[in-house]
Ligand binder design. Sequence first.
Ligand code: IDP
Ligand code: MG
Length: 162
Amino acid sequence: MLQDQEVHAAELERTFIAIKPDGVQRGLISEIVSRFERKGFKLVAIKLVVPSKEFAQKHYHDLKERPFFSGLCDFLSSGPVLAMVWEGEGVIKYGRKMIGATDPAKSEPGTIRGDLAVVVGRNIIHGSDGPETAKDEIALWFTPKELVSYTSNEEKWVYGVN
Ligand code: IDP
Ligand code: MG
C-alpha cells in the first residue's frame, strides 16, 4: 500500500508563473512570490532572464493573430522577467484565481492584478491557463535539471499528511 506522502506526491501539479518586466521594475517580486509562498504552494524553479523577442513569440504563440501580439512580445523581451515554477494541489487553476482577470480593471480586489495593476498591457504577471499549457511553458522556460524536487518542511502542515 502506498504511504500518504506518496499518494499525495502523485497528485501534485506544477504551473509556470512569470513576473513580467513591469512587475520586476516596479519592485513587486517579493510581494508576488510571498503570496504564492503564504498560500502554501512550493517553489520548484526560479530564475531572472531577459527573453529574446523570438522567445517571447514562442511563449505567446497562441496569440499570434491578435493585434497586440507584436507589442506584447516586444514588451516581454524589454527587460528582466522572473520565471518560476510553483507546485501544489490545484496550483494551475488556483494560481490563475490569485492572479485575477487578464484586464486588471476587471480583476477582483485581493487578486494580484486587482491589487497591483491598472491596465491590460501592463498586468505584471503571467500564469499558465491549463495543464497542457503549464507543461509546454515549463518545458519552454526551464530544463528538467532546473526543476528542483524536494520535500518542503511545510507540506505536512499544509496538507495534513505525515
Ligand atoms: P492572460 O495573461 O490573463 O492569460 P491572455 O489572453 O493569454 O491573458 O493574453 C496574454 C497577455 O496579452 C495578457 O496578460 C496581456 O498582457 C496581453 N493582452 C491581452 N489582451 C490584450 C489587449 O486587449 N490589449 C493589450 N494587451 C493585451
Ligand atoms: Mg494566457
